[in-house]
Design a protein around this ligand. Structure first.
Ligand SMILES: NC(=O)c1ccc[n+]([C@@H]2O[C@H](COP(=O)([O-])OP(=O)(O)OC[C@H]3O[C@@H](n4cnc5c(N)ncnc54)[C@H](O)[C@@H]3O)[C@@H](O)[C@H]2O)c1
Length: 318
């Protein structure tokens, strides 16, 4: 029989967190989902609420939490610029005070703890693709710093708890992920395009659309997160998780128009300052240590994402 673990997932009512709740519940574990519902919603976990091994607590992780668990996945944090810049001080607090609270809890109950860090810790990188050994090029005082520097400080805290208190840590740097339950109005390119196409509105492409991005489907990411958590304890990370396959923004726009069957046109606008030409993870560490790599092709993932938005768009308010 498999070991049943008591698992705390912070940010469990969010996009990635809700899929992780489903996966770990499906694997037979007891799930404690904690979320303050800032960007997440109980709608994402409503199908799990009556499950005997699932419990939801509305709680802000900038305040201490006292529970007994075996593992913690710390995902709580707004993830898109529109959301994390809304209350930048709260964003930094969520990353830093939230990490201190969750690490303190992990230390007290001797739980293994996973941190959802981000490719944004590389800032505006001078190196492509970025390996985990790259220290990044981050502006400490800009409008994105509340997120980037908050996540960097959280990584520091994780490694200090590991060195000082021998805590078992797993720090993943997550790259662009997409799929069902993304927020429809958070300004991210996949959800933007899908929503615009379904509404028959023009798709906004900045510049000539030749800039490339790589997109990881949620199912692949969740598989990577769980494999990482269950890997040897020496593998602390930081570890990149993302899809290295690059697509131009124009290719993405054309794929969304064709898969939705939309009559939308493309509306070209000038390129914002700081828009990187390329974003691509180096996942060789995850491939070699976890035998993990993304499997879902962009078209397949887009079809499932479009299905979700087609069914749910009317439930979301502006
Ligand atoms: N989606 C991506 O492409 C991506 C990329 C890199 C890193 N990440 C990281 O993964 C994690 C999850 O991202 P997501 O895309 O699911 O975003 P999301 O906004 O859907 O999920 C974050 C969840 O955290 C909750 N939350 C925010 N502040 C909180 C607080 N103080 N206390 C308790 N709950 C709080 C929100 O309500 C939400 O449910 C985040 O930490 C994010 O930084 C995501």
């Amino acid at each position: 029989m498999k070991d049943v673990k008591r698992i705390l997932i912070t940010g469990g009512a969010g996009f990635i967190g809700s899929h992780l709740c489903e996966k770990l519940l499906g694997d037979g574990h007891e799930i404690l989902c904690v979320d303050n519902c800032f960007t997440g919603t109980k709608m994402h976990i409503r199908h799990l609420l009556h499950h005997p091994r699932f419990e939801f607590i509305r709680h802000d992780i900038t305040f201490p939490l006292y529970v007994e668990v075996d593992e913690i996945y710390n995902l709580a944090c707004p993830a898109s610029p529109i959301h994390y810049q809304f209350e930048p001080v709260q964003t930094t607090k969520t990353s830093v005070h939230g990490a201190i609270n969750m690490l303190g809890l992990a230390k007290r109950v001797r739980a293994k703890i996973f941190q959802a860090s981000t490719s944004e810790v590389y800032g505006d990188p001078e190196l492509h693709p970025q390996p985990e050994t790259y220290w990044g090029n981050v502006n400490p005082i800009g409008p994105r710093s509340c997120y980037d520097e908050g996540k960097r400080c959280a990584e520091t805290l994780f490694f200090d708890y590991h060195r000082k208190h021998r805590l078992k840590i797993k720090v993943a740097r997550i790259f662009n992920t997409y799929g069902p339950r993304m927020h429809p109005n958070d300004g991210r390119v996949v959800s933007n395009f899908v929503v615009q196409a379904l509404k028959g509105e023009p798709l906004t492409v900045y510049g000539d659309g030749g800039q490339t991005r790589s997109f990881c489907y949620i199912e692949d990411l969740v598989e990577g997160i769980v494999r990482f958590m269950n890997s040897d304890s020496e593998l602390t990370g930081p570890l990149n998780l993302g899809n290295p396959v690059e697509n131009s923004i124009l290719q993405l726009a054309e794929a969304v128009i064709s898969l939705t069957g939309s009559s939308s046109q493309i509306n070209y606008q000038s390129l914002p300052v700081d828009d990187p030409r390329q974003r691509k993870p180096d996942i060789s560490l995850a491939v070699s240590k976890l035998d993990w790599e993304p499997k879902v092709a962009l078209e397949q993932g887009l079809i499932r994402t479009i299905e979700y938005f087609r069914a749910n768009l009317s439930n979301h308010t502006e």
